[in-house]
Structure formats: structure tokens, C-alpha cells
Ligand binder design. Structure first.
Ligand code: AHM
Ligand code: MG
Length: 335
């Protein structure tokens, strides 16, 4: 029993490494942990209760909202508002950023951006989904409402980021810029237990994850890279293995553990790629860099991009360093 370390204990332990830390970030992570447990409980019974399927409405990005998208959004939003550490949130499911009204929230230092239920179109068929979160220190004055500028900060200024994967087991993986740590949920105890300390992605991998149905409209460099992945060069471990779940969190998590690359380049439907910079790409980019990998839009480091819009999309290539380097070389060749 003595070697079990819960997420709560671990966060406090890490906080003690910073003598002037006030505990606010720890408390904020605590509210994410709580909302994750509530959402996890609901997802686990998704086939039983009337909670699957669409609500018959689209979000501001023209995507069909699922009942569980809205449920997860409400739970994370409520948990973040209740703890007094967050002055506002932005979410895939909210048209605009939300500034919390209570004065205690206006006095708070942090904003949170999130995709409350990523890959939610997979819920009805019992495939893994996730929650992605990104935390910044606000730049507007403490005491006032959160402003758009608080949310449009480049990814390298994130103070913490992470995801929850609701998979064959539920895990919470996060970084505060000091390594990446993973915790597995024990439902009988109701706690997340440290299971993966200091996660590092292998420098090389042999898994590539992409929706190849969009092949015809991929940039030339991406097409060449896919051909490279499929060539038979046994001394180089090629052909690589193709694995695509269609849930970013699940594809990312597998590649983080095993080595690999996830690609969502521009396509006919999504000329700028599908994934959103602020609450999908930036948090995953911080995690991957902390784990020793790379994330780029093909031209620039994701974490250096200057956001212009809340729901902005960018091409996203993320994973093992050598694999990202390789696809980038093909993209530059095609210029
Ligand atoms: P979502 O946030 O609306 O669920 O969309 C993001 C998801 C990612 O999880 C996943 O990798 C991708 O969309 C799948 O897209 P596609 O079905 O076009 O391959
Ligand atoms: Mg998403």
C-alpha cells in the first residue's frame, strides 16, 4: 500500500519543490481531477442511460454537438468556476470565451482552455475519448473580467496542460513544464494513482496515425511521407504500422507510449487542418515537447504560433522527434 501515490499527493509534493508556490495551480488541477471523475462515471454508462447521440444542434464551428459534449462542458466549467482559481474558460463547445462573474473568480490568476470531450463522435460505438486542457496565467489585471487576450496567448506560455483518456482504463496525464506524468484511475478507490512517472516518447517509432481517406487532398510532402512509411525497408523497420483511432487523445497516448507520429494536415474539408490550435494542438504540443518529442504545423513549432482566433485550426504533426523531422523534410522538399 505504501508505494501508491495519488494524483493529489503528487501535486502537493511537486508544489513543495517551488518555495513560493501558493497552491492555486494545485487547487485548479484538483478541480480538473474532480470533473474528470464525474465525466468518467457518465461515459462508463453511456450505453445504458439516454446520454448518447446528438442534441440536434451544431457548435460555432459547424460540428454536431453530442449530449456528452455538453455534459462534459458543463461539468468542467462548473468545477473550474467553483474553485476560485480561474477567471474564465474557453471551450470547443462555447462560441466565445466565458468570463466568470463572481468577484473571487475575477481575482483569480488563471484561464483554462479545453476540449471537454475530444473524439466524441466515437462515444456511440464505445471507442476511447478524452478531455484536453490548457492553462495560462492571465495577462489582464487581476480583479477585472477575463479578456480575449488572456486566451490568445502562444502555447509556449502555458503553465500546465494535459488530458484525460477515458479508455480501457481512465488516465490523467499532465505537465507543469517539469516532465510528463500519468495517473491511472482506480474506480474502487475513486483516486488517480501514479502509474507513469516522467513519460518519454521514443525518439523513433514505427506507427503513423492519419485519416488516409483524405489522401487525395494532402500536400505533396505528406503524400511522399506516407509512401516512405509504406515502403519495404526491413533494416529501417519499414513498412511502418498504420493505427488511427480517430480520437486525438487516444492516438496521441498510444504514440507517446510506443513511439509514433500523428498527422492531421490540410484536407479538402479542412484547408487549415481540422484540429484547433488553442485547446487541442497547444496542450498536446507542450506535453510532447516535455516528453522529448516535437510538434509542428509543417513550417513552425506549434508552441510559437501566435493565435488570432479562439477556434483557429492549424495543420498538426506531432510525435517522435525523428519521425516529425522526416515528414518536415518531405514537406520542405515539396516547397
Ligand atoms: P472533435 O473535437 O470534434 O471530436 O474533433 C477532433 C477529432 C480528433 O479527436 C480526431 O483525431 C479527429 O477529430 C478525427 O477526425 P477525422 O474523423 O476527420 O479523421
Ligand atoms: Mg476535439
Amino acid at each position: 500500500m505504501t508505494d501508491i501515490r495519488t494524483l493529489g499527493e503528487f501535486i502537493v509534493e511537486k508544489q513543495n519543490d517551488f518555495p513560493h508556490a501558493s497552491g492555486e495551480l494545485s487547487s485548479l488541477l484538483g478541480s480538473i481531477k474532480l470533473a474528470a471523475k464525474i465525466v468518467n462515471r457518465e461515459i462508463n454508462k453511456a450505453g445504458l442511460a439516454d446520454i448518447t447521440g446528438s442534441v440536434g444542434k451544431e457548435n460555432v464551428q459547424g460540428e454536431e454537438q453530442q449530449k456528452l459534449d455538453l455534459y462534459a462542458n458543463d461539468k468542467f466549467k462548473a468545477a473550474l468556476e467553483a474553485r476560485d482559481q480561474v477567471c474564465g474558460i474557453a471551450s470547443e463547445e462555447e462560441d466565445q470565451a466565458v468570463s466568470f462573474n463572481r468577484q473571487v473568480n475575477r481575482d483569480a490568476k488563471y484561464v483554462v482552455l479545453m476540449d471537454p470531450l475530444d473524439g466524441s463522435s466515437n462515444i456511440d460505438v464505445n471507442v476511447s475519448v478524452g478531455t484536453i486542457f490548457s492553462i495560462y496565467r492571465r495577462i489582464s489585471p487581476v480583479g477585472s473580467p477575463a479578456t480575449d487576450a488572456d486566451f490568445l496567448q502562444p502555447g509556449h506560455l502555458q503553465v500546465a496542460a494535459g488530458y484525460v483518456i477515458y479508455g480501457s482504463s481512465t488516465m490523467l496525464v499532465y505537465t507543469t513544464g517539469n516532465g510528463v506524468h500519468g495517473f491511472t484511475y482506480d474506480p474502487s478507490l475513486g483516486v488517480f494513482c501514479l502509474s507513469h512517472e516522467n513519460m518519454q516518447i521514443p525518439e523513433d517509432g514505427h506507427i503513423y496515425s492519419i485519416n488516409e481517406g483524405n489522401y487525395i487532398r494532402f500536400p505533396l510532402g505528406i503524400k511522399k511521407y506516407l509512401k516512405y512509411c509504406q515502403e519495404c525497408v526491413p533494416q529501417d523497420n519499414r513498412p511502418y504500422t498504420s493505427r488511427y483511432i480517430g480520437s486525438l487523445v487516444a492516438d496521441f497516448h498510444r504514440n507517446l507510449l510506443k513511439g509514433g507520429i500523428y498527422l492531421y494536415p490540410s484536407t479538402a474539408t479542412y484547408p487549415n487542418g481540422k484540429l484547433r490550435l488553442l485547446y487541442e494542438c497547444n496542450p498536446m504540443a507542450l506535453l510532447i515537447e516535455q516528453a522529448g518529442g516535437r510538434a509542428t504545423d509543417g513550417q513552425q513549432r506549434i508552441l510559437d504560433l501566435i493565435p488570432t482566433e479562439l477556434h483557429q485550426r492549424v495543420p498538426f504533426l506531432v510525435g517522435s522527434t525523428n519521425m516529425v523531422n522526416k515528414v518536415e523534410a518531405f514537406l520542405h522538399e515539396g516547397d
